[in-house]
Design a protein around this ligand. Structure first.
Ligand code: F6R
Length: 366
C-alpha cells in the first residue's frame, strides 16, 4: 500500500507532480483566456457585491491560506484577511452579506473550520470551500466547492494536500481577478504557464532528494532551526517550520526576515542553523543583507533560491535551488524541498514519521 516507499509521507511527497497535474489540468486551458473552476457559481455580479474576503483554516491549510491572501489581493485587488479558524470564530469577526469566506480543509471535517463556516453562513456570508474530500461536511455545506485532486492523504503531516491547495489559491486569485477585470490577459498567460510547469518543477526538486537527505543526516542533531523569508517566502517558511516541528520534533521558528532586529536575532549564536528562503526577486537583496547579519553572529545558513541566483553562494554555507519560475509560484517547489528535509530529519532521528506523537490526522474536536 506504500507503493514501495518506506513511509506514506515519502510516497505522498513523490505523488505531488501527479496531484498537481490532476488539480490543474482540467481547469487551465491553452486556448482559453480563462480559468474554469468547476461548478463555482460565484459570478461577476455576486463578486461585485463582495467587499471583504476571509480565508479561514487550521495548520497547514492556514499556511496555504496566507498565500491565497497574498495572491487574491495581488490579482483581484479585494481586501483579504487570512485567519486561523479557532481565532476567527471567537473574535466576533465582521461578517455580512458582502463577505466571502474561503475555507481550506484537506479533510473537510476540522471542527474549528466547520464552526467558522457555520458562523459565517448564519451571518449571511457566501462560503467557498477548498477541500480534498468529496462528500465531506465542508463540501456539503459550502455554497461553492473547489476540490484539490490530491487523492487520499494518509500521513499525518500534510504534503500533497498543501501543494494542491496552493494551486487552487492561485487559480481562485486569477479567476476572481478576471471577473473583476484586474488581471490582464498577458499576466494571466504568464502565471498560467508557470502553474502548468509546476508539476515538472516539483519533479526536478524531488531529484535532489539524496542531496537533501545527506544534509539532513549530517545535521540531525540540531536543536533549533530558524526559518527566515519575506513575502511569499515567509509564508512558505511557516509551513517548512511546521513540518519540521511535527515530524522531527526539532524546535523551529519562522520569522519575516525584517523582524530579525526586533527580537529574534538575540537567539542567533555560533552554529545556529538558519534556513533563509530567497526566491522572491524583488526581496533578494534584502534577504542577502539578513543573511550577512546572522552570519556575522555565527549562524550556519542554508539558503533556498532560484537556479539563476547563484550569487547567493557567496553568502550562504549551503544552497538548495528551485527551478527558475514566476515568483508567485515559487512556494510550490520551495516547500517540497522543506518537506523532504523534514522527512529525512525525522528518519535520521528515529521518529515515527507517519504518526508523530500527540497528533491526529483529522482534528474533529476542539
Ligand atoms: C500539518 C497538518 C495539520 C492540518 C490541520 C488542518 O501537517 O496536517 O496542520 O493541516 O489540522 O486539517 P484540515 O486541512 O483537514 O482541515
Amino acid at each position: 500500500e506504500k507503493g514501495g516507499y518506506e513511509h506514506f509521507m515519502l510516497k505522498e511527497i513523490h505523488e505531488q507532480p501527479k496531484a498537481l497535474r490532476d488539480t490543474l489540468t482540467s481547469r487551465l486551458y491553452d486556448d482559453k483566456k480563462e480559468i474554469v473552476l468547476d461548478k463555482i457559481k460565484l459570478g461577476k455580479e455576486e463578486l461585485d457585491k463582495i467587499n471583504r474576503i476571509y480565508i479561514v483554516a487550521c495548520g497547514t491549510a492556514y499556511h496555504a491560506g496566507l498565500i491565497g491572501k497574498y495572491s487574491i489581493e495581488k490579482y483581484a485587488r479585494i481586501p483579504v484577511e487570512a485567519d486561523i479558524a479557532s481565532e476567527f470564530r471567537y473574535r466576533n469577526p465582521i461578517i455580512d452579506e458582502k463577505t466571502l469566506l474561503i475555507l481550506i480543509s484537506q479533510s473537510g471535517e476540522t471542527a474549528d473550520t466547520l464552526a467558522a463556516m457555520r458562523l459565517a453562513k448564519q451571518k449571511g456570508a457566501r462560503v467557498m470551500a477548498v477541500t480534498n474530500v468529496v462528500g465531506s461536511s465542508v463540501s456539503r455545506e459550502a455554497d461553492d466547492v473547489l476540490y484539490t485532486w490530491a487523492g487520499p492523504e494518509i500521513a499525518v503531516a500534510s504534503t500533497k494536500a498543501y501543494t494542491t491547495q496552493l494551486a487552487c489559491m492561485y487559480m481562485i486569485a486569477l479567476h476572481l481577478g478576471m471577473l473583476k477585470g484586474t488581471v490582464n490577459e498577458e499576466e494571466l498567460t504568464k502565471i498560467q504557464e508557470s502553474l502548468k510547469a509546476s508539476p515538472e518543477m516539483v519533479e526536478k526538486v524531488i531529484k535532489k532528494e539524496s542531496a537533501i537527505k545527506e544534509f539532513a543526516y549530517d545535521k540531525f542533531n540540531v536543536r533549533d532551526v530558524f526559518f527566515l523569508g519575506r513575502g511569499s517566502d515567509y509564508y512558505a517558511s511557516l509551513e517548512g517550520s511546521l513540518k519540521m516541528k511535527e515530524i522531527s520534533y526539532i524546535h523551529s521558528e519562522a520569522y519575516p526576515a525584517g523582524e530579525l532586529k526586533h527580537g529574534p536575532i538575540a537567539l542567533i549564536e555560533e552554529g545556529t542553523v538558519v534556513i533563509a528562503l530567497c526566491t522572491q526577486t524583488e526581496l533578494l537583496e534584502k534577504m542577502m543583507s539578513n543573511i550577512k547579519e546572522v552570519k556575522a553572529r555565527g549562524a550556519y545558513v542554508v539558503a533556498l533560491a532560484k537556479e539563476s541566483d547563484k550569487a547567493i553562494e557567496k553568502e550562504a554555507d549551503k544552497v538548495f535551488y528551485i527551478p527558475d519560475t514566476q515568483d508567485d509560484i515559487a512556494p510550490i517547489p520551495t516547500v517540497v524541498i522543506l518537506q523532504i528535509l523534514a522527512y529525512y530529519l525525522s528518519v535520521a532521528r528515529g521518529c515515527d514519521v507517519d504518526k508523530p506523537r500527540n497528533l491526529a490526522k483529522s482534528v474533529t474536536v476542539e
